[in-house]
Design a protein around this ligand. Sequence first.
Ligand code: SAM
Ligand code: DTB
Ligand code: SF4
Length: 355
Amino acid sequence: MTAAQQMPASEIRHDWTRQQVLDLFALPFNDLLFTAQQVHRMHFDANRVQVSTLCSIKTGACPEDCAYCPQSARYDTGLEREKLMEVEKVLEEARAAKAGGATRFCMGAAWRSPKKKDMPYVTQMVREVKALGLETCMTLGMLKDEQAAELAEAGLDYYNHNLDTSPEYYGEIITTRTYQDRLETLDRVRAAGMKVCAGGIVGMGEGEKDRAGLLMQLANLPEHPESVPINMLVKVAGTPLETEEDLDPFEFIRCIAVARIMMPKSHVRLSAGREEMSDEMQSLAFLAGANSIFYGEKLLTTANPETNEDMQLFARLGIQPEEYRQYADDAELEADLNAQVSEQQNAPYFYDAAK
Ligand code: SAM
Ligand code: DTB
Ligand code: SF4
């Protein structure tokens, strides 16, 4: 057995060095995927994928200059600017998402940060979407301590705030807020007691060392984000990145596998960019340890695969959507995950790579 075929360590680490991450990226593709799949099976049922649906509650006219984003007011992308959606309209979309099989509803706003006057509306959205029996997630930009506390108090389960890329490449992409600003918002989300959803975008012209740098930042946070969206850049006409070169699809899959190995207990989400991916590429992403998707025909403003295509792909791969179960505490969650893993190990086709 080669070193890469030995059972990988499953401990949760926060001390990754850039070289260790680059060494993972440099593994032969099959060894990397095998290792990622082993880590995945230690903590998850490998045939379940969590399903989230996005809703853009405030679209366009954003003052920030994120070079990838169709919603920045600085670029002419032909997007209609809209004001904050009415709560009832958001609930209509949430009900449709639930009926379609989503278990988490993620509400996104094209803001630098929420204003005081917005908070009563967004907290009402959280309360009412939660009352439908959906998990809630919001992404509203940078938060102050009191805003994080208000969202937590309303019952918000997850807050999404991406680091986007490595600290070194960041200045090529965004100049209107710093990397440190982003880290501080993530700290505030944690301190308020919410779960963290944080990831980034690849295919923005960055190098492998930047993809490694992004994953290193995420895994070396004091606690791993529970949810790690890995987005492939959606190239939108009018944005500065519209003519960026395509990233090698295998490099994207490597990124998912390395995220899985570095953050063994996190849900790694195969996020934006699926519309451009073949079924085969998406199945490789699941094999590499992705276990969450955005489901629904639209992301925030751009296209996502048709829902029936996704359900057909799940059926062809024998994947079941992950159920939303509410747990009294982390111990109960852990016990349920262990039960699912041991059920999987008793399955007739289970191959114990450790032996
Ligand atoms: N305005 C808030 C913020 O940026 O903090 C929240 C919404 S913003 C649209 C959420 C995330 O979507 C960004 O951090 C970025 O990672 C992702 N995103 C935006 N445009 C994208 C694109 N064209 N391709 C891939 N991901 C994108
Ligand atoms: C994340 O990491 N990706 C989502 C969600 N978090 C908010 C957004 C993707 C947006 C893709 C471009 C668009 O549709 O506007
Ligand atoms: Fe605004 Fe968010 Fe888009 Fe940046 S990513 S321009 S902050 S909506």
